[in-house]
Design a protein around this ligand. Structure first.
Ligand SMILES: NC(=O)C1=CN([C@@H]2O[C@H](COP(=O)(O)OP(=O)(O)OC[C@H]3O[C@@H](n4cnc5c(N)ncnc54)[C@H](O)[C@@H]3O)[C@@H](O)[C@H]2O)[C@@H](O)CC1
Ligand SMILES: [K+]
Length: 518
């Protein structure tokens, strides 16, 4: 599924109307019908509904909802919050249809606040069709007072048409007030605000309804963002061949694990094996060799020169090239720590191989201090920052990263020609070509130490199996999130990273069985 901006949606609508020849009223009819159906499916029998319509096309959808609810036996009242003279032509059409059917259409003015409040208090459903993707700036006073009345007084189910009114479509920003919905029914494609805070918190359950925009429309006018889904990388998801041997499933090198942080490389390495890597080698400072070997049974352990304090020695990544090139992918950073000579160390590592490389944790912090290191890479780079690491990379603060998730990772990925995985609820994957994917899988249980190390290992394993980054990264993020969901067997609070690790297999199995079915 695509994830669109307001402008992209307008363009796709316009193309459908002007070039395919499907009239705007047909799309509006389908949109309003989808909302009405979502409502009638939720209730066992008709009740009382209040529909709040603006004079734009979002309001037009509202008039369609009112007509269908009324025909289905709902006692329906529409409040026009705006002016009949400023209605768009399509909205006017459905406004007239409501009037011809004798549906009660009132025009809201401040003096009707008490009356509207009573309707809100006694209705089973409130339909918010005030503002959609056409919102500009803070909500103006009349609508603002209506939105406040809804949020304070609606007793029934609040269903938002397309987006909760007051939420900015592309950013999820709420400039003044916004409807708090129980359900949002949107059309054709998800919008960014359905996933970005604070707007996403206003949406309730989001339903994406088909309104008849033909799929070929996106083939010629492809939106820049997608919701991560197996449809985008299914071709790389294969059952293991009967003739497989460990050499046919890649060899990942995981580098990190300074003293006190061995758990991170152990988790990353084991996750890589669980995600299907044939072989995993973990490189640690020499003094950590024995403790790691005792901890991880299935991975090879490679000791690199130690600085005597449990960290890599300056120059320890020199002259490893020959063995490095027998590996098929590299993951650097879990439990790495900071150390003297780290800049040259990471540069040497990048210079010595053209294998795809995942950089995480302190490898990202080294990069943030010395972005010129990137000039030395030879192969594809994937960065997996959490918001704090992303802020250091982008030279900003965590608040801006959180507020501008839709932009920060994308800018960095494009500027530096890397893939950036900005972790968090709805992880964002930004590709070097400027496109993005937003990941829907995951659980609050994953907000815990160690889960990022698993992601590094899983993505590393898929890259090691020669899956191109454009597929390996979203597949890894999706699998990781699904494993996190499966790990919640009691409560989210108590899940630890090893529980998620155990669910990597079941997550892959689920995807493989879905693949057979679809
Ligand atoms: N043909 C199409 O383009 C389709 C559009 N659809 C609906 O149309 C919506 C978009 O319609 P529009 O582009 O007409 O825009 P909207 O209906 O979202 O809003 C535009 C109207 O709101 C007013 N407005 C803008 N900012 C405001 C603010 N801050 N405070 C108060 N009033 C404000 C403007 O004066 C304008 O009249 C979508 O969200 C969707 O619900 C659907 O019917 C499907 C087809
Ligand atoms: K709305």
């Amino acid at each position: 599924m695509y994830l669109v901006t307001a402008q992209e949606m307008r363009d796709l609508d316009r193309y459908t109307i002007e070039h395919i020849g499907i009239p705007g009223v047909v799309l509006m009819e389908r949109a309003g019908l989808a909302v009405a159906q979502a409502i009638t499916e939720h209730f066992a029998q008709p009740g009382q509904a209040v529909v709040l319509s603006g004079h734009g096309n979002n309001g037009g959808d509202g008039f369609v909802v009112a007509r269908h609810l009324s025909v289905a036996g709902w006692r329906t009242t529409v409040w026009l919050v705006g002016s009949a003279e400023r209605m768009t032509a399509d909205t006017q059409t459905f406004y007239e249809a409501c009037r011809h059917l004798g549906i009660d259409v009132k025009t809201f003015g401040p003096e009707q606040a008490d009356e509207l409040r009573r309707w809100l208090e006694t209705s089973d459903v409130v339909v918010d069709a005030l503002l959609g993707t056409g919102i500009r700036g803070p909500v103006r006073p009349a609508m603002e007072s209506v939105i406040r009345l809804v949020n304070d007084h609606a007793r029934g189910r609040v269903v938002a048409v397309d987006v909760p009114s007051g939420v900015e479509t592309d950013t999820g920003r709420v400039a003044s007030v916004a409807i708090k919905a129980d359900q949002t029914v949107t059309f054709a494609y998800a919008k960014w605000c359905h996933y970005l805070r604070p707007g996403a918190e206003h949406c309730g359950e989001v339903v994406v309804a088909d309104i008849g925009i033909p799929p070929s429309v996106t083939a010629s006018r492809r939106p820049a963002a997608r919701v991560n889904h197996p449809q985008w990388w299914r071709e790389y998801l294969k059952p293991r061949s009967r003739w497989a041997h460990k050499g046919t499933h890649g060899h990942l090198l995981v580098v990190g694990g300074s003293r006190g942080m061995l758990g991170a490389v152990a988790m990353a390495g084991t996750a890589a094996l669980r995600a299907g890597a044939g072989l995993v080698t973990i490189a640690v400072p020499e003094g950590q060799h024995d403790p790691l070997a005792a901890k991880v049974t299935e991975a090879l352990v490679w000791a690199w020169p130690d600085d005597g304090q449990g960290r890599f020695a300056p120059g320890s990544a020199e002259r490893i090239g020959e063995r490095l090139n027998r590996l098929t992918a590299v993951a650097v950073g879990p439990g790495l720590g900071r150390f003297t000579g780290e800049r040259e160390w990471l540069t040497e590592l990048l210079q010595q191989t053209d294998r795809p490389m995942v950089l995480d944790a302190d490898a990202l912090n080294v990069l943030a201090d010395h972005p010129d290191i990137l000039d030395h890479r030879k192969g594809d780079l994937i960065l997996t920052p959490h918001p704090g690491e992303m802020a250091r990379l982008a030279g900003t603060d965590t608040v801006r990263v959180e507020n501008e998730r839709y932009r920060v990772a994308k800018e960095w990925a494009e500027r530096h020609d890397v893939t950036v995985v900005l972790k968090g609820t709805y992880t964002i994957i930004a590709f070097p070509d400027g496109t993005q994917m937003l990941n829907p899988t995951g659980s609050p249980a994953m907000a815990k130490a160690g889960s990022g190390d698993l992601l590094t290992g899983i993505i590393g394993a898929l890259l090691a199996q020669k899956i191109p980054p454009s597929a390996a990264v979203p597949m890894g993020v999706y699998v990781h999130g699904l494993a996190g969901e499966f790990a919640v067997t009691s409560v989210e609070h108590s899940v630890i990273a090893s529980d998620i690790l155990l669910q990597v297999g079941p997550a892959i199995r689920r995807l493989l069985s879905d693949r057979v079915r679809t």
